[in-house]
Write a protein that binds this ligand. Structure first.
Ligand code: ZN
Ligand code: ZN
Length: 379
C-alpha cells in the first residue's frame, strides 16, 4: 500500500492548494493520450483516492493518525471516487481538463478548418500477363465529389449557411459535469449544429445540404509491368472530396492477379513444367517451350532426371523499379512413363528391358567375382 502523500508527491504539511496542483500535475501524466502503460488506470484510481482523502479535513486527520486501515475502521469509504470503475477513462479526463484549456488534451478541431477527404479502395482483377507486362485499364468507381450546385456549402443557391446561434460557430458548447471531485466544465459537441458551427436553413436541393454528391467515375489507370497479386496502385485525389476546401483523399486500386494455367510465379521468377518421355530423358532432345515472350527452343540434356530444372535467364517478370531487368524462367522437367504402348513400342521396350537386364546380371556376376577374389586376396 502506497502512502497517499507519496502518491501525490507532496509533503505531510501540504496545503489544499498544493494538493490540488499536485493532483492535476500527476493526473496529466496518467492521461491515456500520453500514458499507454497498462496500469495507468489503476494508478489514476489510486491518485483519486489519495486526493479525495487529503482534501477532506476529517479523513485527512484520521489518515494521518491511523492510516488507511484507520479510515476504514472509522467508517469512511476508502474505495476512492472511481472504485465503481468508469467506462471510458478518456471521458473522465476530458471532464477534468476538457473545459480548462491549456492542458493540451483532446483539443477539438475548428469546425471551419479544411478536412481531407477519405481514401477509398477499389479491388480489380487483372490477367497474369497484364500483371507481368503492365497494361492500361479503365476502372469504374463511386466517390464523393464536392456539390457543384452549392460549391460544397450545402446551402441552396442564393442563400448562405448561418453561424450556429447555440455555439456561435465554434461547434462546441460548455457543459458542467458533477464528479466526486467537484464540478468540472466539459466541452461537448454542439447538439444544435452537430459540431459544424453553421446551420443551413435552406439546404441545397442537389446534395440535400451535405455539400457532396456520390458520383460514378471512369478513368484510365496505368498498371506498371511487374505488379503482383495484392499490389496497390495509388490514384492521387480520386478518393472522397474534402471538407472546407480540404484536399480529396486518394483511391487505392488493389490488384488481384488471375492465376495462369501454364506459369507459376514466385517473385520475379516464373516456373513451368516440361513433360518428356523416358527416351527423351535418356537421349536428350531439343524441345519448344512456351515462355512469357512466346515459344522458345531449349535443349534437354541426355540423362536429365525428373525434377531437374532448366533456366532461361531474363525471361521472367520485369522488376517494377527497373523494368529492363527481369527474373528468370525456370523450366522444371518431369519424365512421364508412357501408359499406352503400340506393339512396336512394346517390342522395343522389351528389347530394351532385356539389354538392361543383361547389363545388370553381368554387373552382379562381376561383383561376385570381385568378392570371391577379395576373399582369396585377404586369405
Ligand atoms: Zn449542394
Ligand atoms: Zn452549434
Amino acid at each position: 500500500m502506497t502512502d497517499y502523500y507519496e502518491i501525490l508527491e507532496v509533503s505531510r504539511e501540504a496545503s489544499k492548494e498544493e494538493i490540488k496542483a499536485a493532483f492535476r500535475k500527476k493526473a496529466r501524466t496518467l492521461h491515456p493520450d500520453v500514458n499507454k502503460a497498462p496500469d495507468a488506470e489503476e494508478k489514476f484510481k489510486e491518485l483519486g483516492k489519495a486526493y479525495e482523502t487529503l482534501m477532506d479535513d476529517n479523513k485527512r486527520a484520521t489518515y494521518d493518525r491511523y492510516g488507511e486501515d484507520g479510515l476504514q475502521n472509522a467508517g469512511f469509504d476508502t474505495g476512492g471516487p472511481f472504485a465503481g470503475g468508469f467506462g471510458d477513462l478518456n471521458d473522465i479526463f476530458n471532464s477534468f481538463f476538457g473545459g480548462m484549456g491549456g492542458f493540451g488534451f483532446g483539443g477539438r478541431p475548428d469546425p471551419n478548418a479544411p478536412v481531407e477527404g477519405d481514401d477509398l479502395r477499389l479491388d480489380i482483377e487483372v490477367d497474369f500477363e497484364q500483371a507481368v507486362f503492365g497494361t492500361d485499364k479503365e476502372i469504374k468507381f463511386d466517390h464523393l465529389e464536392t456539390c457543384t450546385s452549392c460549391g460544397g456549402t450545402g446551402a441552396e443557391k442564393g442563400s448562405q449557411p448561418v453561424t450556429c446561434p447555440t455555439c456561435h460557430g465554434s461547434g462546441q458548447v460548455q457543459q458542467v459535469t458533477r464528479t466526486p471531485l467537484g464540478s468540472f466544465a466539459q466541452i461537448v459537441t454542439c447538439p444544435d449544429c452537430h459540431g459544424k458551427g453553421k446551420k443551413i436553413s435552406n439546404p441545397c436541393k442537389a446534395c440535400k445540404g451535405h455539400g457532396k454528391i456520390e458520383k460514378e467515375k471512369k478513368i484510365n489507370i496505368k498498371i506498371p509491368a511487374g505488379v503482383d497479386n495484392m499490389s496497390k496502385i495509388r490514384v492521387s485525389g480520386e478518393g472522397d472530396a474534402g471538407t472546407n476546401g480540404g484536399r480529396a483523399g486518394d483511391l487505392f486500386v488493389v490488384l488481384h492477379v488471375k492465376p495462369s494455367e501454364y506459369f507459376k510465379r514466385d517473385g520475379n521468377d516464373v516456373y513451368s513444367r516440361l513433360d518428356i518421355s523416358p527416351a527423351q530423358a535418356a537421349l536428350g532432345d531439343d524441345v519448344v517451350v512456351k515462355t512469357l515472350d512466346g515459344e522458345q527452343k531449349i535443349t534437354v540434356h541426355a540423362g536429365v532426371q525428373s525434377g531437374n530444372s532448366i533456366k532461361i535467364k531474363n525471361a521472367g517478370v520485369p522488376f517494377i523499379s527497373r523494368p529492363s531487368q527481369r527474373g528468370d524462367h525456370i523450366v522444371v522437367v518431369s519424365v512421364k512413363t508412357p501408359v499406352k504402348l503400340s506393339d512396336e513400342e512394346k517390342t522395343l521396350y522389351r528389347k530394351l528391358y532385356e539389354i538392361q537386364n543383361n547389363k545388370k546380371e553381368k554387373a552382379q556376376q562381376s561383383s561376385i567375382i570381385d568378392k570371391v577374389k577379395g576373399v582369396f586376396n585377404n586369405a
